[in-house]
Each structure stands twice: as C-alpha cells, then as structure tokens.
Design a protein around this ligand. Structure first.
Ligand code: G6P
Length: 616
C-alpha cells in the first residue's frame, strides 16, 4: 500500500528510482511521482528540486519523464500511490512539498490528526494544493524547519499520530536524505557511498544486500558518507546491518505472462521449500525450529486464536479446523479488524497466531498487539522475513514460499495452510497423536507438491471450463468442513481479478437464502472431494441443479459417478480430508486467473487493490 523508494549516492537517481517503483508497484498503482535534487549551481541558480507526477501506472510517469527530457541529480525520492485521502489525481500524487522551505516528501500510511494540523498550518499562512494528509506533514516539517532537516522531521513526527514511512529532502541540504517509520515498513539499503531506501527489499537487492530494517519511531539521517539513526526525540538509536535474503531471480517474471500464473505454477516448488527439513518421517513428527522454545506452551494451550485478513484469514480458518481436529485444542479464526475492536477476552493459555504473507497488514498487527497486551503468547505465520509481524511476535514459522508479487495471493495461501497444518501436527504429536498416526499423515503431506503438479497439468481443462462460464456475472462457491474456507478463497480470487461477483459460503447455508439467486445457467462451483460430508454436498448439488444452476465440481480422482450430477468436473488427487484444501484450491486459482485474462483485466494489478494494506 504505497511504495516508497529514495536514493542518495553518486549515480544518477532517476532510472534507479523508476526501476525501484516498478518493483514496488504491487503496493499501489493509482499514481506515481518522483522528485530529484539538482545540485548544479550556475549564476544565480542554486540547488533545486524538480518534481514530476502522473496519474496511473509507473509507465505513465516514465512517459512523462521522457517528454520533459528526464530529471538530473543524485539525490531523490519516488512514490507509487494507493489512495487513502483524496481522489486519484495529479495534485494528490506524491511527492508533496512545502514551497517556503523547499521540503519534498513521500509518505506511506495515514496521518490521523491531519485535520487539526491542517487548521494550525492554514492559520500560519500555508496554502494547500491537495486533499492529502501527506501534504499536511510536508508543510508541518517546513514550518519547523530552521536549517536542520533531521531536527524538523523529528519535531514534526512528535506532533503526528497515525502511521508513516517517509522520505524527505530539502533543496537547502543537497547532501541529506531523512527517512523515518512508524507502523509502515521501511528498509535502508547500505552500499558504498550510496544508500537506497525502500518499502521492501525488492527495490533494494539489485543495488546492495546490506540493509537496516527500521523500527517504529526510527529517524535516519543519511548523507553520502554514512548515516545516523535516532528516535523522534533525537536520542541516538543503535541499528543492525543485516543481509537481505532475496534472490533477484525470484522477483523476475521470467517466461510467464503474469506473476499470478508464475506463482500458481511455483506451488510445487514453494511447498517443497516450506516442508524442507520440517517433516521427520522416521520419527513421525514435525520439526519447527521457530517453535521449540514454546513447545510446552503449545502443548498446554487452552485456546488458539488465528487472525488475519483476506486470503490469510481463509488460511487461518483452515487452521482453525485442523488444529481442533488433530491437536484437539479449541481454535477460532477471526478477522483481525473485528477481533481488535471487540474487547476480546484472553484467558490464560491463549495463543494468538497472526497469519500474513507480508507481515505488515495493519489490521493484523493491531489484533496481534491487542492480544499480546492482554497476555496471549503470540506466534507469526509469515512469509516476508524480517517483517513487522515476524519481529513483534514471540515466535513463529516462516512460509518460505519466496516473494509473492501478484496482488491476488496464491502460493502464500498454500504456504499458510501448509504451515498451519504442520503447527497442528507439531501440537497433536505432543498431545494425543501416536507416531504411527502422525507418520501416515506426514507421508501424504510430503506428496502434496507432486500432487499439485498433477493438477497443474490439467490447466487446459480448467481453461476450457472457465471459458464456458466467463460471461456470467454471478457465481457461487460452495464447500463444507475443511473446504468451506476453500470456497471462500475461490470466490475471493474470482472477484479480485476478474471483477465477477462471486460469493463463497458453506454448502448447507445456500438453502437459507442464497438459493434465491440461482437462475438458469448460473455457475455454482462445489468443492465436492470425497470426505465425511460428501453425500451432503451431493444433496446440495442436486438442489442447485433442480433450479437450473450449472455445477462445476472439484472432485476426487476416480469419482466417475459425480459426472452424472454436474456439468463439469475438475479432478484432484485423493488425500485425507484435512490435507485436501492445498489441492482443491489449485483449480480455483487457475479458474480465476483464466477468467481475468479472458475478460481482459490486468491480472497482477487489479483495480482498487493493493497487495499490502498497511492502513486500518
Ligand atoms: C490485501 C491483499 C490480499 C491479502 C490481504 C492480507 O488485501 O490484496 O491478497 O490476502 O491483504 O495480506 P497479508 O500480507 O497480511 O497476507
């Protein structure tokens, strides 16, 4: 949600910043902008900052830069926006500035007290040109500027409430870049006499792999010779330079037409990585290094609360089923945004598990802090190494599925389900499950990647089925038990990228209202693999058919009988029910992908969405 990249060094900044923005574009793509300090001095001309902004994608900004012949300079900042305050227009695009002081700023987050600050600044004579909270912050820094940019930024940040990651430059300080964070991620890449600052590592690794991940309230003053980290009260803060573990190849598109397709196809490999070293077949147990310190607490847990948003919440819901089923511990999955505001009761022995691809989702973080402050042990199930959730939890397990760039989450979902399955088995084996019982499940778990390979081979069948229904504007996704959350995920995938209205629900719930929607030819996708509730799902299929709906069933290989009950069947290999969501979701991901392509949509950058939502 909004991407920031900034540079100070010896190279021309423009191309580097634009390349960085392209890497960060998944964070928001309403508009983009860049400001570069031109330090050349001639005649009456002193160092000055040039700015260019454009509505739309980063490519629109590139076109604009080409038209004006480019911006020169070795210090600059850039931004790709996902609108929060104010509509999508050039005036609201970042960078924002304060003309009087010559300060330029890019911002990710929300300044919550911006209205009060705006009134104060207007009284001081500031004239606003945008509707954004960010412009208020740039003017506040300008108001406090007395020849020391670092001090002005610290002063302003003492006055604001809300979340921010910012980068600031000033035409009077051509050798200074100041950056700061609270609540929104920011990383300072440390090179040789050059520094690249960005919202995430993907915009940095092409230049350096040495980096400092900022903590809340860190303010960093960077010059070409080095940097100093302080807090907003100017107390020096120690920082740690670490190695960024991100392979550049992993964030390239390669031969694929879209990141989403690449990531769907990567799932066999990403899950092998996720399982590597964690499945101990011989001992019939799961090894999770990140949890061993808290094994006792997990064994004695009295309640597990799993929380997240979007796709991560769907994975959490599967976690709820599997933890109760295998580990026999009461578990509940809840939207982080709801959990945090309902005054939750946290009793002794409660463990909260924050599930998140990015590890930065504002709602999930807020829920985590709420539970932690009330005494819960906190665990993270996170993909991005070093992200805020991974740092602010007591312990956790990384997904290890590699960077996910497509806005619609795919391989992170199967990774989250895989990790939650392993956590359930980790607990179950220490509680009631025998080594033999566990070993039986582990044997199958280990084969999930090759089974996904088999499903992916049927891509052509999925595409043809999708083609039959792609013109329909309303779809239902139905499942029971473990595959009720899969149905929700299938519906979410379809609506996110193809803009088709889709609803997911428990198959039995359909007859309590949604059945009224069914008309001739309406597609209803049933997750109807063999399991405890197979017969019941078949009855629900009959109810839809009786009303003219067209049924697409995701069924177990070898179930020939089901063909007599529905229009189309997509097969997945047979596995124990508790492991099936990692397979049944694959055709649904492919279906959503094909529908979006057929409808001509930008699969990787669906309208109005952002991959990482760092505001509440
Ligand atoms: C956004 C994304 C979703 C994602 C959700 C949670 O809404 O568009 O794809 O599932 O955030 O993100 P997280 O990074 O916490 O998994």
């Amino acid at each position: 949600m909004c991407g920031i990249v900034a540079y100070i060094g010896t190279k021309q900044a423009q191309n580097l910043l634009v390349e960085g923005l392209k890497r960060l574009e998944y964070r928001g793509y309403d508009s983009a902008g860049i400001a570069i300090l031109d330090a050349s001095v001639s005649g009456s001309r002193s160092p000055h900052i040039n700015i260019t902004r454009a509505v739309g994608r980063v490519s629109a900004l590139e076109d604009r830069l080409e038209q004006i012949g480019g911006l020169r300079g070795t210090l600059g900042l850039a931004h790709t926006r996902w609108a929060t305050h104010g509509g999508v227009c050039e005036a609201n695009a970042h960078p924002h500035k304060d003309d009087k002081s010559g300060i330029y700023l890019v911002h990710n987050g929300i300044i919550e007290n911006y209205s009060a600050l705006k009134i104060y600044l207007e009284e001081k004579g500031h004239k606003f040109t945008s509707e954004t909270d960010t412009e208020v912050l740039s003017m506040l820094i300008g108001e406090l500027y007395e020849g020391d940019l670092e001090a002005a930024v610290q002063g302003a940040l003492r006055e604001v409430t809300g979340a921010y990651a910012i980068a600031v430059i000033c035409d009077k300080e051509p050798d200074t870049l100041v950056v700061a964070r609270k609540g929104s991620p920011l990383i300072v890449g440390v090179g040789d006499k050059e520094f690249v600052v960005a919202s995430d590592a993907s915009a940095i690794v092409a230049h350096t792999t040495q980096a400092v991940t900022l903590d809340d309230y860190n303010v960093v003053k960077i010059t070409r010779d080095g940097f100093r980290t302080s807090d907003i009260h100017n107390a020096t803060v120690s920082h740690k330079v670490t190695q960024l573990e991100l392979d550049l190849d992993a964030i390239e598109l390669g031969d694929y037409s879209h990141y989403m397709l690449k990531e769907i196809n990567e799932q066999p490999r990403s899950l092998r990585n996720c399982f590597r070293g964690r499945i101990d077949q011989r001992e019939g147990k799961i090894v999770l290094g990140g949890l061993t310190t808290y094994a006792k607490e997990l064994v004695k847990a009295r309640r597990i609360i799993l929380t997240g948003q979007g796709t991560a919440l769907h994975a959490a819901m599967i976690g709820e089923y599997i933890i109760e089923d295998l580990a026999k511990v009461p578990a509940v999955a809840e939207y982080a945004s709801e959990f945090r505001y309902r005054n939750p009761i946290i009793e002794d022995g409660t463990i909260v598990v924050a599930v998140s691809q990015s590890g930065e989702t504002a709602d999930t973080l807020a829920a985590l802090y709420e539970a932690r402050d009330r005494g819960a042990l906190s665990l993270g199930v996170v993909n991005v190494v070093g992200s805020t959730i991974s740092r602010d939890t007591d312990a956790g397990v990384y997904l290890r599925v590699g960077p996910e760039i497509g806005v619609a989450s795919t391989k992170a979902f199967t990774g989250q389900v895989a990790v939650l399955t392993m956590i359930a088995l980790f607990m179950a084996r220490r509680r009631f499950m025998s080594a033999d019982q566990c070993a039986d499940l582990l044997k199958v778990l280990d084969t999930i990647p090759e089974k996904i390979e088999r499903i992916l081979e049927q891509d052509d069948v999925v595409r043809k089925v999708t083609q039959k229904y792609v013109e329909r504007d309303n779809w239902l996704f139905l499942g029971r038990g473990y595959n009720y959350p899969t149905a929700l995920e299938g519906a979410l995938k379809l609506k996110e990228i193809s803009y088709i209205h889709a609803e997911g629900m428990p198959a039995a719930e359909m007859k309590h209202g949604p059945i009224a929607l069914i008309n001739e030819g309406m597609p209803a996708v049933f997750i109807a693999n063999r399991g405890r509730q197979y017969d019941k799902v078949m009855s629900n299929i009959a109810e839809v058919r009786a009303r003219g709906g067209h049924v697409i069933a995701v069924a177990t290989e070898g179930d020939e009988q089901i063909k007599n009950h529905c229009q189309d069947v997509l097969y997945v290999p047979e596995v124990p029910e508790c492991l099936s969501p990692m397979l049944t979701v694959i055709p649904l991901q492919l279906m959503a992908y094909h529908a979006a392509v057929m409808r001509g949509h930008d699969v990787d950058k669906p309208r109005n969405l952002a991959k990482s939502v760092t505001v509440e």
